[in-house]
Design a binder for this molecule. Structure first.
Ligand SMILES: *[C@@H]1O[C@H](CO)[C@@H](O)[C@H](O)[C@H]1NC(C)=O
Ligand SMILES: *[C@@H]1O[C@H](CO)[C@@H](O)[C@H](O)[C@H]1NC(C)=O
Ligand SMILES: *[C@@H]1O[C@H](CO)[C@@H](O)[C@H](O)[C@H]1NC(C)=O
Length: 452
C-alpha cells in the first residue's frame, strides 16, 4: 500500500511551496509557436494587436469554460519587424507601436474584460539595445527607481560581460542595489499594465549555457522579489532547458520551468513528432519528483489543435496532449485559436483529461526509455482511489502495450475506463493489454475492486 506515503509527499510539497501563484498548472495560449513557423501568413511579424485580440475573443467564447485563461505574449512585443527592441528613457521595454498601437495595457484590459489574463515576456539580463545601437559608444541612461541615483552603467559589470542563451544581454551585477531597483521599475510598469504572467527567457544555468557569466539565479530571484513587492499575483515562468542541479533556486522563485528546448520545429508546421515532441518522454523523467502545487515542469506549448498546422497525425496529437496532461504540465496552446479543427477541439476540451492535469499529481513511467511505455499516477482526487495510466507506443509500427497492476502496488481485479473514449471497458484481473497504433496512446483509469 503505497498511496498514503505518496499523499504525504504531495501535502508536504504544498506546505513548502513558496507562493500562491499557479497552485494548479496554468492553462492558456502562447504566441511563440505562430511566430516561429515559416507557414505562410505567420512568422516573426505575426505578433500584432489584431492577431492577439482574435485569440482573446476565441478563448473567451469557447475555451475559457474549460479552464484556459492565460493569453501570453512572447518575444518581440517591444521589437520592430526587424527585431530591434525599443526602450524608454529609463531603459524599460516599451511596446512597439506598429505591433501594439494602443499599448499592452489596452490588450490586458481587453483580456480582463472578457475574464482572461495577460502574460508578457523578457529575456534575462540587461538587453544590449538599451545602450543604443552602437555598442562601442554606449549611451548611458537614468533608472527610474526610487533612489533616483542609478544609471545604466551601475547595473552591469565594468567589463560589460554578456549573459543569456543568445548572448543578447549584459549580465547584471546584483551586488549593486541599482540592479534590483531597475528590475523593480520594470515590474512596476508591467503591473501598471495589469500583467498576470511573466516569462523570463534565456535563463542559465540552462538555455545551453553554464559558467558564472550565465548564472542567472540572482536575476530570477530579483524578478520574484520585484513582483512580490507590487502586491499583484504574477506567475513567473522561466525558460529554457533549465539545469536541474539548481532546482532549489528555481522552485524558490518561479512557478514553472521549461525542462527542455523549444518544442517548435522552426519549419513550415508548428512542430514535428521527432522535432521536438517525442524526446520529452525521456527528458522529463528526472524532473518528475520536483513538480507540485506552485512548481510545475513546463513541457512547452501544446500544438495539437489543427493537424495541418501542427504537422502531426491524430495519434501523435493525442499522445502529445496525454503526456502533457498526466505530467501536470502547464497546458498552453500554440495554434491559432480561430483555426482549431474538430479533432483538436475534442483533445483540448476533454473535461476528464483536463481534471487529471489540474489534480497536479505527475505520472511516471514504469520503465523509461523503451518503445512501449506505461505511465501512471495515483489519483488522489477520487473518492475511490484509482490510478491514471497512459499506455504509449513510440515505435514505428502498431504494438501491444500492457499495464500490470503490480507495478502500481496492487493486485487482483480492477475496473478499467478508457478516458479519451469516455467508455467503461470492464473488469480486468492483474493487467490490461491493448494494441496501440504507431506513436499512439490509450489513457485509462484503473480502479481496484478491493481495497489493497
Ligand atoms: C543620491 O545620492 C546623493 C549623493 O550620494 C545623496 O545625497 C542622496 O541622498 C541620494 N538620493 C537618494 C534618494 O538615495
Ligand atoms: C557546461 O557546458 C559544457 C559545454 O556544453 C559541458 O561540457 C559541461 O558539462 C557543462 N558543465 C556543467 C556543470 O553543466
Ligand atoms: C487548419 O489550418 C490550416 C492551415 O492554416 C487552415 O487552412 C485550415 O482552415 C485550418 N482548419 C480549420 C478547421 O480552421
Amino acid at each position: 500500500m503505497i498511496l498514503p506515503t505518496f499523499i504525504l509527499v504531495v501535502v508536504g510539497l504544498i506546505a513548502l511551496s513558496h507562493s500562491q501563484e499557479a497552485v494548479r498548472p496554468y492553462m492558456g495560449w502562447s504566441s511563440w509557436s505562430l511566430q516561429a513557423t515559416t507557414m505562410p501568413g505567420h512568422g516573426l511579424s505575426w505578433l500584432k494587436e489584431d492577431n492577439v485580440l482574435r485569440q482573446i475573443d476565441v478563448m473567451a467564447a469557447t475555451l475559457k469554460d474549460f479552464g484556459y485563461t492565460y493569453i501570453n505574449i512572447d518575444s518581440g512585443w517591444n521589437a520592430d519587424f526587424d527585431w530591434n527592441a525599443g526602450f524608454d528613457l529609463n531603459g524599460r521595454p516599451i511596446p512597439n507601436p506598429a505591433r501594439f498601437p494602443r499599448g499592452i495595457d489596452f490588450v490586458a484590459n481587453y483580456a480582463h474584460e472578457r475574464g482572461l489574463k495577460l502574460g508578457i515576456y523578457a529575456p534575462v539580463g540587461l538587453p544590449m539595445g538599451v545602450f543604443g545601437s552602437d555598442q562601442d559608444n554606449k549611451v548611458n541612461f537614468d533608472v527610474s527607481g526610487p533612489s533616483g541615483n542609478c544609471t545604466g552603467f551601475d547595473l552591469v559589470y565594468p567589463d560589460f560581460r554578456v549573459t543569456n542563451g543568445w548572448d543578447s544581454s549584459y549580465k547584471m551585477d546584483f551586488d549593486n542595489s541599482c540592479a534590483q531597483e531597475f528590475i523593480d521599475s520594470i515590474a512596476e510598469l508591467f503591473v501598471q499594465w495589469e500583467i498576470d504572467f511573466f516569462k523570463l527567457d534565456g535563463v542559465g544555468p540552462g538555455s545551453w549555457k553554464n559558467g558564472s557569466n550565465y548564472d542567472n539565479r540572482p536575476d530570477v530571484a530579483a524578478w520574484r522579489s520585484a513582483f512580490d513587492k507590487t502586491g499583484r499575483s504574477v506567475i513567473l515562468e522561466i525558460s529554457w532547458e533549465l539545469d536541474i542541479t539548481f532546482i532549489a533556486d528555481w522552485t524558490a522563485s518561479a512557478s514553472g520551468w521549461r525542462i527542455d528546448t523549444d518544442v517548435e520545429c522552426y519549419c513550415d508546421t508548428l512542430v514535428r513528432w521527432t522535432q521536438s515532441v517525442v524526446q520529452r518522454f525521456d527528458d522529463i523523467v528526472p524532473w518528475i519528483d520536483h513538480a507540485g502545487p506552485g512548481r510545475w515542469n513546463d513541457l512547452d506549448t501544446i500544438n495539437v489543435g489543427n493537424g495541418t498546422m501542427d504537422g502531426l497525425t491524430e495519434d501523435e496529437r493525442r499522445s502529445y496532449m496525454t503526456l502533457w496532461a498526466i505530467s501536470s504540465a502547464p497546458l498552453y496552446i500554440g495554434d491559432d485559436l480561430s483555426l482549431l479543427d474538430e479533432f483538436g477541439l475534442t483533445l483540448l476540451t476533454n473535461r476528464e483529461v483536463i481534471s487529471i492535469n489540474q489534480d497536479g499529481v505527475p505520472a511516471r513511467p514504469v520503465s523509461p526509455g523503451v518503445a512501449q511505455q506505461v505511465w501512471w499516477s495515483p489519483n488522489i482526487g477520487d473518492a475511490v482511489p484509482s490510478f491514471i495510466v497512459g499506455l504509449f507506443n513510440l515505435a514505428e509500427q502498431e504494438e501491444t502495450v500492457a499495464a500490470n497492476w503490480v507495478d502500481f502496488g496492487f493486485s487482483g481485479a480492477a475496473n478499467v475506463r478508457d478516458v479519451w473514449a469516455g467508455l467503461e471497458l470492464g473488469v480486468y484481473t492483474g493487467s490490461y493489454a491493448v494494441r496501440v497504433p504507431t506513436h499512439g496512446c490509450r489513457l485509462i483509469r484503473v480502479t481496484p475492486l478491493a481495497s489493497y
